[in-house]
Design a binder for this molecule. Sequence first.
Ligand SMILES: *Cc1c(COP(=O)(O)O)cnc(C)c1O
Length: 435
Amino acid sequence: MRYVSTRSLEGPRISLSDAILSGLAEDGGLYVPSKMPAFAVSDFEDRESLTDVAVRLLTPFLAGDQLAPSLAAMCHEALDFPVHLRPTPELSAGTFMLELFHGPTAAFKDVGARFLAGCFERMVADDERPLTVLVATSGDTGGAVAAALDGRANVRVVVLYPEGMVSKRQEKQLTCWGANVKALRVRGPFDACQKVVKAAFQDADLRHRYRLTSANSINIGRLLPQVAYHAAAALWCQRQTGAVPAFIVPTGNLGNALAAIWAKALGFPIRHVRLATNANRTIPDYLTTGEWSPSETIPTLASAMDVGDPSNMERLRVLYPDVDALRADVSADFVTDADIRARIRSDFEASGDVWCPHTATAREVYARLSVAEREAGPWVLVATAHPAKFESIVEPLIGRDVPVPPALEAILERPSRVTGVEADVAAVGKVLAEW
Ligand SMILES: *Cc1c(COP(=O)(O)O)cnc(C)c1O
């Protein structure tokens, strides 16, 4: 399998390892497989566990790459925490929550980050100089990437986050790691962190001297394992209910939802994918009007979905160049902060279920379905994070504490290490030089 840029589908074809190491293509596009493999449900008859499904599904994507012999080991490593498809009789029969938040940092990004970390480690294990992963984060991504790379051989990670802009628990998830992870608390907003990272990559000397690479959500190495859990959930749901499910996916940069749409394109039993966005409604507006008009990002309660210009749209367009074809398979609704609050409160009162603000958008979109839509077949709602991660939003709404899951608890008890820096690429250069 070779990979091409979304901006030159007939252009240069590179290996998966090269696509992972470069992150973004040189022409600014995103990497996609030059040809999508195709599966039949019967190919997975003997596969039940997520890891077993992932290994078979990902085999053609790694074919011919140096990482291919490590695929099974990488899937076992990345997916060694439970991913549940939980029936929800309190909503209605045939409705399930796909719980992706039982990993070390309690959000779905753990899956992609851990798979990517496994790829990096294997690619550079025998090299003379370590690889340095540079990430700017507004919260969730940096924690997942730091946790995933902690202790890996020959890979270091520098995480930049904006001072005063991340929650206490998120800050702990950025700062509690071992010697190969450095957290930099930047005096400035998230945009300033992103600018520093960009400037570091544009500095050819820094880039080569420290072998800089990125781990952001457009990396194909994060996307691929996300396809696997949607595919596995579709198989599990079909086996349990005898029918083909539709999915509702909380959506920001469109990484997680694109993975569900790829699973459908590969032939897995998914009848429709419904996107739930927050007030950043670029995608719902596109589906309504057919016009792509990215906008400034609006801050919301579901902050990990605050994206005004979702980058994975480029990959979606390769699959659906025609908006009408897209509308047949994919729909989208946006959910305001007021609706998120009301949904968290009312579901807790009705059933005791507690959602994180992101998952609440999917629950709200489900609540808006017509009876006919609900009865058309089973629904899988993707739960992207544990509510304990967003306690300062959720606890006042439900009027009680949210118990912290053990994996998150273990992190919260660790000591922190962090360096405060100015929003200046020279500060990063200094940290790297003194490491
Ligand atoms: C990142 C994130 C999202 C959005 O996922 P995308 O892949 O960017 O669409 C939703 N919920 C949570 C909890 C997240 O961390």
